[in-house]
Design a protein around this ligand. Sequence first.
Ligand SMILES: [Zn+2]
Length: 411
Amino acid sequence: MTDTVLDRFLRYVVIDTQSDPASDTQPSTEKQKDLGRVLVAELLALGLSDAHLDEHGNVYATIPSNTDRQVPVICFCSHMDTAPDFTGTNVKPQMVRNYQGGDITLTGDTSQVIRVASHPQLNNQIGNDIVTTDGTTLLGADDKAGVAEIMTAAAHLMANPQIKHGTIKILFTTDEEIGRGADKVDLAKLGARFAYTLDGSTVGEIENETFSADGVVIEITGVAMHPGYAKGKMENAIKAVSDIVARLPRDIAPETTEGREGFIHPVDMSGSMDSAKLQLIVRDFTEAGLKEKEDLLEKITREVMATYPDSSHTFTVKHQYRNMRQVLDRHPEIMDNLEEAVRRVGLEPVRHSIRGGTDGSRLSFMGLPCPNIYTGGHAYHSPLEWVSVQDMEKAVETIVALVKVWEERAA
Ligand SMILES: [Zn+2]
């Protein structure tokens, strides 16, 4: 067993850990435990003597404190599963050593090309060693880059006891890609005060914000009758629901927004003449913005339904998740210490907003405040996924710097 971050990464990505949204079990696929067992064995070999896999496939381990200072217990967390969007079976990682610029054609399927035009981050990788797929699978840098980085940082801390740190917890989860990663995490057992997920992308980018998210269900009951005798009486629910969709503002949609802009997005529609159902998701970074969009959606619904006077409808808002910044802003030291660590490894920290949810946002609201750190990976959930060795090394250095900052700043 060797212990560079690249060696670890290459060992982990060939283990198929795809999760399955159609499964009711946790983990959703037993094969996720294959990687969990490897990680436990490696953690035990490093001297993390409590490392274990639980029945849900989560891996827990502790690096004991080696300082007299009262340092809060910090956890580093990554997910072991890969996305259901693209196959993760028979991953054959390819190395582009000393990258000199230009597009990268993948060798197993030459129609798959990582083009500089659509991956401008490649411009920052000249001279670096880049890992890609062969074009037939995803790579699984999301999030095995994070796993390899945490493992390598753990090995480094265990081998260098002169680096002072508090108690550090390690957590590897399953089923993050299907939105259930935090469900079976035992926070009492974990015993951490704060956590960081290693599940971001470009080095330097740290994430303390996610969307706030609600779902909306609109159900319509129309007036059904024989179409030959319907004049002045029929109210077709299919037409009512279609009118609502047609009136959704074009400029408040996923396809027309970016950055910190929110949206209203229809995700499912079904119906017949007598009844129809429309499901939407609403996203924004602020509570006020979320409410504003829901009010607008309700107004559109009422206006449309006013033109179907004998039909009825219900409008139901379902809470999904909230921007983790609400929690993180109560503990500014979490981001302050992280920014200091990012600067110490020679990068300029950039605060970035996640246009989605994360395990970290779930954990934050479960009581474990948890922003997200870069892993160096790019083009997640696709055969064009890539990561550079040098960026993974930066992420490892960042973890080590961060535990030092927490120790130095403790009482
Ligand atoms: Zn991920």
